[in-house]
Ligand binder design. Structure first.
Ligand code: ATP
Ligand code: MG
Length: 348
């Protein structure tokens, strides 16, 4: 569960500081719309922090996976470029890190066949995140792609043998499936050696940031504050966020989830604790809380937004970053696929 993953993340943080070069990170997003504060404090911030510590970083733009819960992939090329832009704006350095699209690495997808054979339908059926997403997708029929996408993610993570995956809380069940796939592959085909690592999730301090309606902030739920929004829109959206009627502001994530998520957001932007932010506001009520949050977010994002606008002027550069990332990812995938084929050939 989440508390075990939090404890594990704390242990990992120590190991990363000791020996960052030992770790390889794979994480990413679907090009289904603009990245928001939930992404930023749930995973994006960790990506850059790890990169800057000296961890090798792979960022996948999961374009194939758009089709899991969308009928059509609208404006795909544009949205892919927007994701590249977001990553450059927050500080991902394409000289050191690899940003690539799923569809550009066919060898990655060839891992699916053996991987799908290693999990049961019952195991896929139990995945709570897939259930939740099906419930929110409004689709009447569940596609095979929706049902199996955690295994596709296993291929995304394992093709580059990543051992660290900075993600939000919703991804924990998927990471479990990835670990199962890696373990079973090694057991069945490894012949005593580990072909794949069993990767760990790395949770941030905000593994589940809430949106303006009090549920998980999500691109597809109309409750998000996007990184690319301007200061006025940000203030307007935060002003409309759901809170409760109690005037005294206190940090209580279980009893007061909406107020607490806002406090956490301000705290992360200010580099303080949510309790300290709550103490500042005291009994001034949620209007003052929201004003504080909006100001903190806008101040924190100002340099990121400025860099984003800067990079947005050079579309050619964005495309070059992606082209080079795709090349690097393809080379890595080819090596892994060859290894997988050898291991399986030796087995049969
Ligand atoms: P969609 O609605 O299209 O599924 P999403 O907003 O849920 O989009 P994803 O692309 O599914 O975003 O998630 C990308 C990454 O961001 C994952 O690691 C996920 O855990 C993390 N993440 C997304 N939303 C949040 C959130 N509200 N709080 C913390 N982490 C989040
Ligand atoms: Mg999602």
């Amino acid at each position: 569960g989440t508390s075990a993953a939090k404890a594990r993340s704390a242990v990992l943080e120590e190991q990363i500081l000791e020996e960052p070069g030992r770790f390889r990170v794979l994480t990413g997003d679907r090009p289904t719309g603009r990245l928001h504060l939930g992404h930023y404090f749930g995973t994006l911030h960790n990506r850059v922090r790890l990169q800057d510590l000296g961890v090798e970083l792979f960022v996948i733009i999961a374009d194939y996976q758009v089709l899991t819960d969308r009928d059509v992939a609208d404006h795909l090329a544009e949205r892919v470029e927007e994701l590249v832009l977001d990553h450059l704006a927050i500080g991902v350095d394409p000289e050191r890190s690899t940003v690539f699209t799923h569809s550009a690495v066919p060898a990655l997808n060839q891992l699916l066949l053996p991987f799908l054979s290693l999990v049961s339908v019952a195991e896929l059926n139990r995945n709570p995140t897939v259930k939740d997403e099906i419930a929110h997708s409004g689709q009447s029929a569940v596609s095979g792609l929706m049902f199996t996408y955690p295994v596709h993610q296993a291929a995304d993570i394992l093709f580059c043998k990543a051992d660290l995956v900075p993600v939000g809380q919703d991804q924990l069940p998927h990471l479990e499936i990835t670990r199962t796939v890696a373990r079973r592959f090694n057991e069945r085909y490894g012949n005593g050696t580990a072909v794949f690592p069993e990767p760990d999730a790395l949770l941030s301090e905000a593994p589940l940031l809430l949106g303006t309606d009090g549920t998980k902030m999500s691109k597809s739920r109309g409750n998000a504050i996007s990184l690319a929004a301007d200061a006025d829109e940000t203030a307007r959206l935060i002003k409309g966020a759901k809170t409760d009627s109690e005037r005294h502001i206190s940090y209580d994530p279980v009893g007061r989830p909406e107020v607490s998520s806002l406090l956490l957001l301000a705290a992360l932007c200010q580099g303080r604790t949510p309790e300290e932010v709550a103490a500042d506001i005291g009994s001034a009520g949620s209007a003052v809380l929201k004003r504080t949050v909006a100001e903190s977010v806008n101040e924190y994002l100002a340099p990121i937004r400025a860099r984003r606008a800067e990079y947005a002027r050079d579309r050619g550069y964005l495309r070059r970053v992606l082209r080079e990332g795709n090349e690097r990812a393809r080379a890595v995938a080819d090596v892994t696929l060859a290894e997988v084929r050898t291991a399986m050939r030796n087995h049969y």
